[in-house]
Design a protein around this ligand. Structure first.
Ligand code: ARG
Length: 404
């Protein structure tokens, strides 16, 4: 034996095949690691399956709190949405998975890290880049990518090597954590066909949602949610609760035509009820407490932040710089936002903050207004000056051209 390899393990076909493949082709022992960031149903079953497949050790690491506080919270502050739509669930999970794999590899004295990613997706990039940044000595093994394996070949390999695989036909490829479910493949590969409701597990099909609306009051402190309907709770509990409540009203289904890092366009369906609701509320509260300049400039930063995270560059110093800027805008993002949940829509209906910049004496149309309308005359005169001059010159010019 050449040594030990640590494998990111989900218990699915790809990673089960990888266990045997690494033993055979790399003459190495395999240590499996599953990071629980909100997707593990049965820890015992997973360990048993890993051992049966031939691993020498298995770790299930519960990292839900770390995931929410160190990855999801920064994303809430950044209103993290790739291409304005995808709340980055999978993308946020990967650098944490990579960091934990490196920890176990160092502890177990492994010479390599392995994963079951294909060469077509974003996840290979996210894992490889983070692992190599954290420990450049570790080799990376990706059997599916290296051998260009198809699913049928994997099933064949599993059968001939006695690897237990679930017979439940897997229609879609699914990745899931507390911040969302990502569903792709199978019938979704035709973007011209509407996704069937059978992809949904967290969000009810809108047709089946209650005919009565429900209100949700989120309280934010330092840019992150701290309570729901007046009850303070930790991040994991809060995200679970909002997923459940918003999901029951059909909120959070995102059908996305997405540009992958490797240049492929793909069609993905996401379920992210908490992400959609919390980001909507957070954005609204920011508009109450930040200036127009801050809101507009932050939107540019947010776009770049989401791009870096999506593209697997969590470790890039620019991402850290942007987070420092974003954090500096969040100190006053404090207050309460009420959201109405109804038929697939999470709409903000009220907001308040001790740092509100809304001045009702300026905004009111009543006689108590302190706004001096007279000053607007000079303002509009100068505001439109250069545009007016240019318009008139061009207008005169086009009249001349017409008479030519
Ligand atoms: N497209 C998303 C991303 O790159 C999600 C991919 C999740 N994988 C899956 N098998 N559904 O982050």
């Amino acid at each position: 034996m050449k040594g030990k390899v640590v494998l990111a393990y989900s218990g699915g076909l790809d990673t089960s095949v990888a266990v045997k493949w690494i033993q055979e082709k790399y003459d190495s022992e395999v240590v499996t690691v599953t990071l629980d960031i909100g997707q593990v149903d049965d820890v015992g079953e997973l360990k048993e399956k890993s051992c049966k497949t031939g691993s020498v050790a298995h770790y299930t690491i519960n990292a839900q709190k770390e995931f929410i506080e160190d990855y999801v919270f920064p994303s809430i502050k950044a209103n993290g949405l790739y291409e304005g739509k995808y709340p980055l669930g999978t993308a946020l999970g990967r650098p944490l998975i990579a960091a934990k794999l490196v920890e176990v590899a160092n502890k177990e004295g492994c010479y390599a890290i392995a994963h079951g990613c294909t060469g077509k997706g974003n996840d290979q990039v996210r894992l490889d880049v983070t692992v190599q940044a954290l420990n450049p000595k570790l080799k990376i093994i990706a059997p599916i990518r290296e051998c260009n394996l198809t699913r049928d070949q994997e099933v064949e390999y599993a059968k001939s090597h006695g690897i237990p695989i679930s017979h439940k036909a897997r229609k879609y490829s699914i990745d899931q954590n507390l911040w969302g479910r990502a569903i792709e493949g199978g019938p979704l590969e035709d973007p011209s066909i509407e996704a069937s409701n059978d992809v949904l597990e967290w969000s009810k099909p809108v047709e089946d949602t209650p005919n009565e609306s429900e209100y949700l009051e989120l309280e934010f402190h330092g840019g992150v949610p701290v309570s729901v309907n007046g009850k303070k709770m930790g991040g994991v509990e809060l995200v679970n609760l909002v997923n459940h409540k918003a999901g029951s009203h059909g909120i959070g289904v995102i059908d996305h035509l997405e540009d992958r890092l490797v240049g492929i366009k793909s069609r993905e369906v996401y379920e992210a009820p908490a992400a959609v609701t919390i980001i909507e509320a957070h954005k609204d509260l920011e508009k109450l407490v930040l200036t127009r300049n801050q809101v507009e400039f932050k939107a540019i930063v947010e776009q770049r932040w989401a791009w870096l995270v999506y593209s697997g560059l969590w470790v890039d110093p620019l991402r850290v710089n942007l987070n420092n800027f974003i954090d500096s805008t969040q100190k006053k993002v404090e207050g309460k936002v009420k959201i109405k949940l109804f038929k697939g829509n999470a709409g903000v209906v009220s907001r308040s903050s001790p740092y509100s910049l809304y001045d009702s004496e300026l905004a009111t149309y009543s006689s108590s207004s302190t706004f001096n309308q007279k000053t607007a005359e000079g303002f509009t005169d100068l505001w439109g000056l250069s545009s007016r001059v240019a318009h008139n010159v061009n207008f005169e010019k086009s009249k001349e051209d017409d008479t030519d």
